[in-house]
Ligand binder design. Structure first.
Ligand SMILES: NC(=O)C1=CN([C@@H]2O[C@H](COP(=O)(O)OP(=O)(O)OC[C@H]3O[C@@H](n4cnc5c(N)ncnc54)[C@H](O)[C@@H]3O)[C@@H](O)[C@H]2O)C=CC1
Ligand SMILES: O=C(CO)COP(=O)(O)O
Length: 380
């Protein structure tokens, strides 16, 4: 498919939406690669601090950010800045994406627009829409077909070393991600923009699978954290990761994604990482639930988004629609919210008492939701 976006010259002008952990981290990575980066924050004090001291007072506080970053905000950038950009990178939590795209779409020229890259991992509550559908609804099918998705095992923040929170990417710890789009040339462009020896990009053409994998792994990370919080150890975690992968692949296949996508970086790669590390916010939510803390208390002082909590609600709607079983996911989900209200020990017992079943059991009827989405995109 030919590219509808302007060509990316080196260095590129990139506007990053969202100066949270991941937006700031990716802005820094791109600034470090000599791109001309604009970082939008909705907090005036973040804009001021980044421009004056190259520090983000709210996220990754220990880090001195690239001087190639100009912070903008707190108002959403307008038409002039947007039209100067080669790339718009969205690092906004899924639940807030629609409201922002509704405003920004007015500035996008459908014939010639910047490359749009999305890194959020979630499902919208209420509509249970993937980001692709949110883009289609707000910006139109043409822009959605060219949109690119980056997903995979890539914590913005790595563990604490010498009491400093290290930025995984900036510390140049080797990291790999999937970069996918329905438009191959756009996936290539995004990969070229981000690719560095320490940040390796692998391209693909199954954005639906990539998005589902990224969203679903957060729900299983909650399950893995909860198991650890309850005192279960390695056998149990390995079970959750492996059976979680089987469930994710089953959901994805029924949805109409390529099952092989779940064996890639955005699938098992990210699942493995988030399920095995307290650095994961979703794992931490699960762990604290397992220790008996209430969800409200956890969310109120997590200080950052845990997409799995809201995604669980969307997953419930998808499972109901597809009519397939995913017992670990449904143990995390409870009456459209997650675990609280349910006795977590009883939920685990219920799960463990299930009868034996086939290990590999992909559904035969496949593709309903993906077909509908492809139709909306004009790709059927
Ligand atoms: N942190 C990480 O390691 C990774 C995060 N992601 C994904 O990236 C997305 C963003 O995550 P983080 O940056 O970690 O979250 P965060 O919680 O650190 O930051 C959230 C950002 O969203 C902004 N925000 C909140 N409400 C908003 C609204 N109504 N409109 C616009 N912006 C709003 C906040 O001001 C903040 O800048 C999530 O979907 C997450 O799953 C993906 C890969 C890695
Ligand atoms: O998606 C992530 C890493 O790839 C971040 O995981 P958490 O949102 O669970 O922290």
């Amino acid at each position: 498919m030919p590219s509808p976006t302007r060509s990316i010259s080196e260095p590129s002008k990139v506007l990053v939406f969202g100066a949270g952990n991941f937006g700031s981290c990716l802005a820094d990575h791109l600034g470090d690669s000599d791109h001309d980066v604009y970082l939008w924050s909705r907090q005036g004090e973040v804009v001021e601090s980044l421009n004056k001291t190259h520090r983000n007072p709210m996220y990754l506080k220990d880090h001195h950010f690239s001087t190639n970053i100009t912070a903008v905000g707190p108002e959403l950038p307008g038409e002039t800045l947007i039209n100067e950009m080669d790339v718009l990178l969205f690092a906004i939590p899924t639940q807030f994406l629609r409201e922002n795209l509704e405003k920004l779409r007015l500035y996008l020229n459908k014939e010639k627009h910047p490359l749009l890259i999305f890194v959020n991992k979630g499902i919208e509550i209420g509509t249970h829409a993937l980001t692709l559908e949110i883009i289609t609804d707000t910006c139109g099918a043409g822009i959605a077909k060219a949109a690119t998705f980056i997903s995979g095992p890539s914590f913005a923040k790595e563990s604490k070393i010498c009491n400093l929170t290290c930025l995984l990417v900036v510390q140049r710890q080797p990291t790999s991600v999937s970069v996918t789009s329905f438009t191959d040339s756009e996936a290539q462009r995004a990969a070229i923009l981000f690719h560095q020896p320490h940040f390796r990009c692998y391209t693909g053409s199954d954005p639906i699978g990539t998005e589902l994998a990224g969203a679903l792994k957060n729900v299983y990370a909650i399950a893995a954290g909860a198991a650890d919080g309850l005192g279960f150890e390695n056998n149990t975690r390995a079970m959750i990761i492996t059976r979680g992968l089987a469930e994710m692949t089953r959901i994805g296949t029924a949805y109409g994604a390529d099952p092989l996508t779940f064996l890639g970086l955005a699938g098992v790669g990210d699942l493995f990482m988030s399920c095995s590390s307290p650095t994961s916010r979703n794992y931490s939510v699960g762990f604290r639930l397992g220790k008996g803390e209430s969800l409200d208390s956890i969310i109120n002082n997590l200080g950052s988004v845990a997409e799995g909590v809201t995604t669980a609600k969307g997953v419930k709607m998808i499972l109901d629609e597809l009519g397939i079983k995913a017992r670990i996911a449904t143990t995390v989900i409870y009456e459209e919210t997650i675990i609280p209200g349910k006795d977590i020990q009883a939920a685990v017992r219920e799960l463990l008492e299930l009868p034996s079943s086939k290990e590999i059991d992909l559904p035969s009827a496949t593709g309903g939701p993906a077909k509908q989405l492809m139709k909306k995109l004009g790709l059927d």
